[in-house]
Design a binder for this molecule. Structure first.
Ligand SMILES: Nc1ncnc2c1ncn2[C@@H]1O[C@H](COP(=O)(O)OP(=O)(O)OP(=O)(O)O)[C@@H](O)[C@H]1O
Ligand SMILES: [Mg+2]
Length: 208
């Protein structure tokens, strides 16, 4: 069954942090409203420290807004944990699990979603092929080159077939080959060649 396309709506969201030095509270993100159409590709541009990563982290569920609401389609997702959100984020630092092999890094999101073992295996191997990392599934992630780590991080996000894919500055770092693969990956997922594939992916891409 094809997933329904979903938009993202940020409705007057704010995030307040405390400055560790002065102890004073400040707005890292203040009263931000944004409508992201289903199937669109959005880039957040702004100076360092203006709140781009914080905004992505709130959409992905790693932070919750202190004010305002976040919707995925019609659903308010403020209270949902990251793995219940149908979103995936590729972090600037990749955030790969060290001393764990490539296969298990990519399988992680499927394991916590309690998918059957055979399906996990099939999906992980398909995605590793897509990002040109097949044959490297037993490698530890700390034994990979920077570009290979990027592709594992991308595979880890794509494998869960999220409705919303969030890139924090990482897309720009992908090599041309990786980019082609990404585009092909999204096209493949869109065309429904994968089981339970989403018809469209939305990509919010933080500034370079
Ligand atoms: N956990 C935290 N506690 C306190 N302040 C934080 C925390 N995380 C981020 N900040 C601050 O919040 C503000 C926004 O940070 P954020 O990481 O969202 O910026 P950014 O727009 O992604 O910047 P860059 O382009 O440099 O990546 C910055 O002033 C940052 O120092
Ligand atoms: Mg950032």
């Amino acid at each position: 069954m094809e997933k329904q396309k979903k938009g993202v709506r940020l409705d007057h969201i704010s995030k307040i942090y405390t400055d560790p030095k002065t102890g004073k509270e400040f707005y890292a993100v203040q009263d931000t409203t944004l409508d992201i159409e289903p199937g669109s590709f959005v880039t957040l541009l702004g100076p360092s420290g203006c709140g781009k990563t914080t905004t992505l982290r709130m959409i992905a569920g790693f932070e919750s807004p202190d004010e305002g609401d976040i919707y995925l389609g019609d659903e308010n997702i403020n209270a949902l944990t990251p793995n219940k959100r149908d979103t995936a984020m590729v972090f600037q630092s990749y955030a790969l699990l060290p001393h764990i092999n490539v296969f298990d890094n990519v399988a992680y999101g499927l394991k916590i979603r309690k998918l059957p073992k055979e399906e996990i295996h099939e999906r992980v191997m398909n995605i590793l092929k897509l990002v040109e990392m097949e044959g490297m599934e037993s490698r530890m992630t700390n034994q990979l080159s920077g570009g290979q780590q990027q592709r594992v991080a991308l595979a880890r996000a794509l494998v869960i077939e999220p409705s919303v894919l969030l890139f924090d500055e990482s897309l720009s770092l992908l090599k041309i080959a990786g980019l082609t693969t990404l585009v092909i990956g999204i096209v493949l997922i869109k065309s429904g060649t994968q089981k339970k594939a989403s018809s469209k992916q939305e990509v919010a891409h933080a500034a370079v």
